[in-house]
Write a protein that binds this ligand. Structure first.
Ligand SMILES: [Zn+2]
Length: 304
């Protein structure tokens, strides 16, 4: 190696070190897989994402384990649903992380629910009605139009927090939104046969999905939100639906399928396991796959 090359290599090492610092990825701590996936779509290689929950865990009920607390400690941005979904575990986790910049109210703390119109907001708050959320139904990720609204707000937040890369964040946001809108247009056409279809759900996990698709939830297997279905409640739902039959019974991949299976056998209607979030089924590998697979499963059951 001659002197020129030695200097060039040396410079390259110094420059790549500097660039490495400038481009240091924004460390995102996402409460649920859908927000981790959205952060990756928007951030690309400008972000490094870690997840608090998997698709097969119930996001209402997570343990604030030391390994999770450690990851929140190093986060530059916390992305969660909000609307009380994580009320049982996130406040303690954030407090114990000792990370001042990601506490609620700080720019590095982001709640997706603040970007959308909430459904099922109770007019009167009565905790005896089970695990009722004062802020409305928190399962907003089941409507892709909500994903677009959250993407805009989250993209803007990333630009604010990572000002050195703001232009790239802005470009990546617009690129995602264009691809996402094309997908929504395609899904709207595919989903036409589902419009007006009556369904039974195990948990009120899909109210946003049904509103988007024009499906009608005519009964819920849980007697109260978050309370396991009982045999007597299942039988009363079954009796109530003898005259107005549903076309299918739906449950989320993270849930115990026994109640939905029982209902399916007794009512003679198909049972549908929906991914609910990214990773809930094998085909729901990313946000696009989440809705491709959700529609494929609903359409297949609707034909039975
Ligand atoms: Zn819920």
């Amino acid at each position: 190696m001659n002197d020129f090359c030695r200097i060039a290599v040396g410079l390259a090492v110094v420059l790549s070190g500097l660039c490495g610092q400038v481009n240091a990825a924004l460390r995102v701590f996402a409460c649920e897989p859908e927000w981790g996936a959205l952060s990756r779509e928007l951030g690309g290689d400008l972000v490094e994402v870690s997840l608090a929950t998997t698709a097969l865990q119930d996001p209402h009920q997570i343990q604030a384990k030391p390994s999770l607390i450690a990851r929140a400690r190093n986060a530059d941005l916390v992305v969660c649903t909000g609307a009380e979904l994580e009320v049982g575990w996130l406040p303690m986790l954030l407090q114990q992380s000792g990370n001042a910049k990601v506490q609620p109210g700080q720019p590095a703390y982001f709640e997706a629910a603040a970007a959308v119109r909430m459904l099922d907001v109770p007019r009167r708050l009565d905790r005896s009605q089970g695990d009722v959320h004062a802020a409305g139904n928190p399962h907003i990720q089941t409507d892709p139009r909500n994903i677009a609204l959250v993407a805009r707000a989250l993209g803007a937040r990333m630009q604010q927090l990572d000002a050195a890369n703001a232009e790239r964040h802005a470009r990546q946001l617009e690129d995602f939104l264009a691809r996402w809108q094309q997908a929504i247009d395609r899904w709207n056409v595919q989903a036409a046969p589902l419009r007006g279809m009556a369904v039974v759900s195990q948990h009120k996990a899909f109210v946003y999905l049904y509103e988007w698709l024009g499906m009608k939830e005519i009964a819920v297997l849980e007697p109260k939100p978050g309370v396991e279905p009982t045999v007597s409640h299942l039988q009363s739902v079954r009796a109530a639906l003898r005259d107005t039959p549903a076309r299918m019974v739906v449950f989320g991949a993270y849930q115990d399928p026994r109640a939905a299976d029982w209902f399916s056998r007794n009512a003679g209607i198909p049972v549908v396991r929906l991914p609910f979030t990214v990773g809930g089924t094998e085909a729901a590998r990313d946000l696009f796959g989440l809705f491709d697979d959700t529609l494929a499963r609903l359409l297949a059951a609707g034909k039975q």
